[in-house]
Ligand binder design. Sequence first.
Ligand code: FMN
Length: 181
Amino acid sequence: MKTALTLSGSIRKGSYNRLLQQHMGKKLAEAGVKVTELDLGDFEMPIFNEDLEAEHTPDSARELAELWRSHDIVFIATPEYNGGSAPLMVNTITWLSRQKPSPFRHAIFGIGGVSSGKYGTIWSLSHLRDSLTKVGALIVPTLLGIGPASQAFDEAGNPVERSVIAKVDQMVTELTLFSRG
Ligand SMILES: Cc1cc2nc3c(=O)[nH]c(=O)nc-3n(C[C@H](O)[C@H](O)[C@H](O)COP(=O)(O)O)c2cc1C
């Protein structure tokens, strides 16, 4: 049985990205994947600074890196801030990029995001894909950009737009079929 981690780059109460995280977790589970939902709020890390590294690498960075190394799939839902990546996402990836062995070279990654703008995190996803690719991650082709957030989900937390529903299915197929061998 394949295993997946899901996480959200927003830890605020009522986060739309958390909704997307939960929805993807549900769809992956329906596809027969064993899903572990993470809360980045449980993995506190200070703002990265090379001076901190030598003696103060946070345990959270080591723990999260080990989780990424030990699962087949990692799904990340990320917000968009000022046309780019949200700081929690950048800080998390920066700390993980310093962990050995690399936590990016085992799992297949899926990335998506929900934002209040109608372009639905396209700039944020573009940044995230570039950054993850640079550190060796294999990311499935489907990008799940969703917006505007306030109209994106019904009361049960399911996406309402047909195109989004189809993309979620497409991403689940890619995440479950792709492998790094
Ligand atoms: C500092 C900041 C910058 C933002 N910049 C953007 C942006 O560039 N594009 C956009 O569509 N939404 C932007 N938003 C709105 C977010 O998309 C919105 O707050 C969204 O709900 C955040 O995701 P969350 O619900 O998972 O926390 C911004 C919000 C904040 C707080």
